[in-house]
Design a protein around this ligand. Sequence first.
Ligand SMILES: Cc1cc2nc3c(=O)[nH]c(=O)nc-3n(C[C@H](O)[C@H](O)[C@H](O)COP(=O)(O)OP(=O)(O)OC[C@H]3O[C@@H](n4cnc5c(N)ncnc54)[C@H](O)[C@@H]3O)c2cc1C
Length: 297
Amino acid sequence: MDDVIIIGGSFAGLAAALQLGRARRKVTVLDTGLPRNRFAGRSHGMLGHDHKPPLDILAEARRQLARYPAISLVNARADSISGAIDDFSVLTGDGVTLKARRLILSYGVVDQMPDVPGFAEGWGTSVIPCPYCDGFEVAGQHWGLVWSGPQSHNQVRLFHDWTERLTVFADGRDISPDIRADLARRNTPVVDGRITEIVRRGSHNATVKLDIGPDVEVDILFAHPRNKPSASLHEALGLATVDTPLGIVLKVDERRETSMPGIYAAGDLSNPLIPSVTTASWQGAMAGIAAQQSMLA
Ligand SMILES: Cc1cc2nc3c(=O)[nH]c(=O)nc-3n(C[C@H](O)[C@H](O)[C@H](O)COP(=O)(O)OP(=O)(O)OC[C@H]3O[C@@H](n4cnc5c(N)ncnc54)[C@H](O)[C@@H]3O)c2cc1C
């Protein structure tokens, strides 16, 4: 039996494994190799790893973890989890049942692309979610923002630290008169109509085609599609969740324990605020330490 099985071996899961391995706890990490930022050419904002390809950061992390004999990295999908504290079972896609005293869930979330031609194809390059991740590289340029709800108003305020040239695309959503007045005060035009296609053309990164009115060209388009957990393993155990404007995340306490004793969660799967490589890593480290300390004699 393992001390801990970690489901999801990306930034959060590997950070948890590192702490557990250094504490000489027996750990298995199951991973399917699909980190959320795999579409991005470079990852930004993580100290010591800024501007590196995300898959390179993860490959280096896996190489470093190989030093620790108690850590086993396994390329496999977890299909189900069951049991209770000190006696959890995980069934893998290969039909193998693994046992552990604790679980750490770090299987991330999946961004659900809208059915707009060019959106998924541009995701991570011409269509991006986060100014902290990629804003510096396009600062001062003409940005577009696809409105996803009232929370987008905060994005407009945020974006002004990077550019004064911002266009909002309502994309068929209601924007209240109060917010429209504030956008006008900020010299931020609102383009009404639904987005029908996003095309790369000429020097501009994204030409936005609409069901009404002319095309609008921007240098970069920010969008926040809804997301969902990458797996539904938590549902079988009825783990508590929190609703956010963009999807659900697992509810955790300050030690990253979920609503079920012995199961911890880290990374985007349990992060209602600003998901990033840095936050996923510290949450993973915290989950690993909390799981280890919960097993002390
Ligand atoms: C386009 C884009 C660009 C981004 N750029 C940046 C950036 O520049 N800087 C930054 O800090 N953040 C960036 N982010 C955010 C960053 O990608 C996430 O915050 C980070 O990847 C979260 O790490 P995680 O470990 O929680 O989840 P993930 O990295 O999503 O990893 C989850 C892992 O779990 C695995 N998995 C899923 N289901 C199972 C299962 N059933 N069994 C086993 N394994 C499973 C997956 O294959 C994956 O490897 C970006 C996000 C996007 C979408």
